[in-house]
Design a protein around this ligand. Structure first.
Ligand SMILES: NC(=O)c1ccc[n+]([C@@H]2O[C@H](COP(=O)([O-])OP(=O)(O)OC[C@H]3O[C@@H](n4cnc5c(N)ncnc54)[C@H](OP(=O)(O)O)[C@@H]3O)[C@@H](O)[C@H]2O)c1
Length: 346
């Protein structure tokens, strides 16, 4: 085992990213050291750089998605073993960020990668699917919470048969997992907004109807189903998509956003709830739901219930990550997850 590794550091608030040498972290009790073969990029990465949010210690190693090989385990670890292929969501500390060659994860929120997917595919799942899980199965709250749906492991499989759901931004990483969780719950129809070039892919995941993201959402939804829409999941959650999502929601329904609610809460109808997901399985307030998901995670992927996003691998290992961030920031990524290979860093 090397004692030194390469990591991508965000040097200072609003600063630039640079690859530097640093020490390989040591796993403590109930921690796992993962050799990161694939690290997924997320919009959060560039938002941390631009807005200086969520990180308190600089230079910072960030990154929220990893898949790789277990290299060491701390005392008490029984969930995984050395040599296992695993996937997990990183956290925003230097030992736990995923833009490095070796990272640490707690043993209760790491899952084995089943044989049917590659490590690149696996690295698309943890943060986005974890967010969709917390969004579907957490109880509603103000401002943070979920849709309050029954999870498949609690008897929710097929429970929502005949119930419509609208997913704004179906081709986003989070939106694709939301579509698939809607399928598991039995929702029908599953209406997703996206660019129409992504229609076939989203239907292959289980969406029943795709609405052009430039169309008037509420009218399009009404043309598809006469039923009141009680669940709307806005994976994009910009002001205009929130307004369109809210307009599509029926009285008695709930809107879930992935970004802060920009609707004027004082003007919201008392019979429509709005809540925002906090997609972080590491957080103590929702760790229990995260742990439960990680127990079922491998099986859901192995059975094909959760299919990974399509991937595009960036060149130059960790040095290629900042160019990927620029593409995400410029809205130049469509229905694909950008992946870096930290082990290819020169
Ligand atoms: N609250 C949390 O904890 C949490 C967790 C994860 C993510 N997020 C946030 O959730 C958002 C989505 O993240 P992500 O990783 O899933 O994003 P992503 O995969 O990078 O999103 C790219 C997709 O967004 C779609 N899109 C953009 N504008 C759209 C619009 N107006 N209508 C419909 N689709 C639109 C594009 O669709 P087309 O190419 O089909 O046009 C594209 O496929 C980000 O803002 C992220 O920061 C929040």
């Amino acid at each position: 085992m090397p004692t030194q590794q390469k990591a991508l550091f965000l040097l200072e608030p609003h600063g630039s990213f640079t690859v530097k040498d640093t020490s390989v972290p040591e796993p403590g009790p109930h921690e796992v050291l993962v050799e990161v073969h694939a690290a997924g990029l997320n919009p959060l990465d560039w938002k941390i750089q631009v807005y200086n949010v969520f990180v308190s210690e600089y230079p910072a190693i960030i990154g929220s998605d990893a898949a790789g090989i277990v290299k060491k385990v701390g005392d008490g670890v029984t969930s995984v073993s050395i040599g296992d292929r695993v996937m997990h969501s990183g956290a925003l500390t230097n030992a736990r960020g995923t833009f490095q060659q070796y990272t640490i994860v707690p043993d209760d929120i790491v899952a084995k990668v089943p044989e049917n997917i590659t490590l690149d595919q696996a690295a698309t799942i943890p943060a986005a699917a974890g967010t969709a899980v917390l969004a579907f199965y957490n109880q509603p709250g103000t401002p943070l919470g979920g849709l309050g749906l029954t999870a498949p492991w609690d008897g929710g499989r097929g429970k929502y048969a005949g119930e419509p759901i609208v997913i704004v931004g179906g081709s986003s990483a989070v939106g694709q997992y939301a579509i698939q969780l809607a399928v598991v719950g039995g929702f029908s129809p599953i209406i997703a907004s996206a660019s129409l070039r992504n229609e076939a892919h989203l239907k292959s995941l289980g969406a029943t109807h795709i609405v052009d993201r430039n169309a008037h959402l509420a009218s399009a939804v009404k043309a598809i189903t006469p039923k009141p829409v009680k669940y709307v999941f806005d994976a994009i959650a910009l002001k205009d998509t929130q307004e369109a999502a809210y307009e599509s929601l029926a009285p008695g329904g709930i809107l879930l956003t992935t970004l802060e609610v920009e609707l004027d809460r004082s003007k919201l109808s008392s019979d429509k709830r709005v809540t925002m997901v906090y997609g972080e399985v590491h957080a103590p307030v929702q760790r229990a739901l995260g742990q439960t998901f990680y127990k079922y995670f491998t099986e859901m992927v192995a059975t094909g219930e959760l299919k990974p996003n399509n991937v595009q691998v960036l060149p130059s290992g960790l040095a290629g990550v900042p160019a990927g961030h620029e593409r995400l920031k410029g809205n130049k990524v469509s229905a694909v997850k950008l992946i870096a290979h930290p082990q290819d860093t020169l």
